[in-house]
Design a protein around this ligand. Structure first.
Ligand code: VGL
Ligand code: ZN
Length: 202
């Protein structure tokens, strides 16, 4: 059972990442009942919400001639180009209607700056610009975090690795996550998380 100093961080459980959405993660909605049940076990509960302007630079539609899922070089490094998703104020950006959002203490929005994507709940993809989540968790006395949500190989992965680098104890409950799995990205993600001392549990 989780302790007082442990936070449950629920990553991007939004319509666009669930079946029928613009960037649907296979089985994305299958995790929701379990995530709802888990919430009662944690003293601190945080949701993240991918929240892009329509002209976001990570959308293939905003890069001339680019196909979705191709990769371009941005000043901060390689960037996968995505179908338009989680556009601010749209239904796709809303949390899935079955997710219990009433018990969350904090909602972190990310990816709202046009020229930089943000997979991690802690830093944008330059690995420097903070979201503020680290300070929030430290002020609440959190030492350990448990991650669930979408997608295992992108936003969950980068959140887990950043949290471990920041010194939090990190567990990813893989059974309460689902992956996009683009060109082996799930295997890469699992290796990267393990290399950084993240615990993978079911
Ligand atoms: C995500 C791709 C683009 C995620 C967000 O939540 O994993 N993936 N934006
Ligand atoms: Zn996004």
């Amino acid at each position: 059972m989780a302790r007082r100093d442990t936070a449950l961080v629920m990553i991007d459980i939004q319509n666009d990442f669930c079946p029928g959405g613009a960037l649907a993660v296979p089985g994305g909605d299958e995790i929701i009942a379990r995530v709802n049940k888990l919430q009662g076990d944690y003293a601190v509960r945080v949701l993240t919400q991918d929240w892009h302007p329509a002209e976001h630079s990570s959308f293939a539609s905003n890069q001339a001639g680019a196909e979705p899922y191709s990769i371009i070089d941005m000043p901060y490094g390689p960037q996968v180009l995505w179908p338009d998703h989680c556009v601010q104020g749209t239904k796709g950006a809303d949390f899935h209607p079955d997710l219990d959002t009433t018990r969350a203490h904090l909602i972190i929005r990310k990816g709202f700056r046009r020229m930089i994507d943000s997979y991690s709940a802690f830093f944008e993809n330059d690995h420097k610009t903070p979201t503020g989540l680290e300070g929030y968790l430290r002020e609440r006395g959190v030492h350990d975090i448990v991650l669930v949500g979408l997608a295992t190989d992108f936003c969950v992965r980068y959140s887990a690795v950043d949290a471990a680098r920041l010194g939090f104890g990190v567990t990813v409950l893989e059974g309460a996550c689902r992956a996009i799995d683009l060109d082996g990205s799930l295997a890469d993600a699992r290796r990267d998380m393990l290399d950084h001392g993240v615990k993978l549990a079911d």
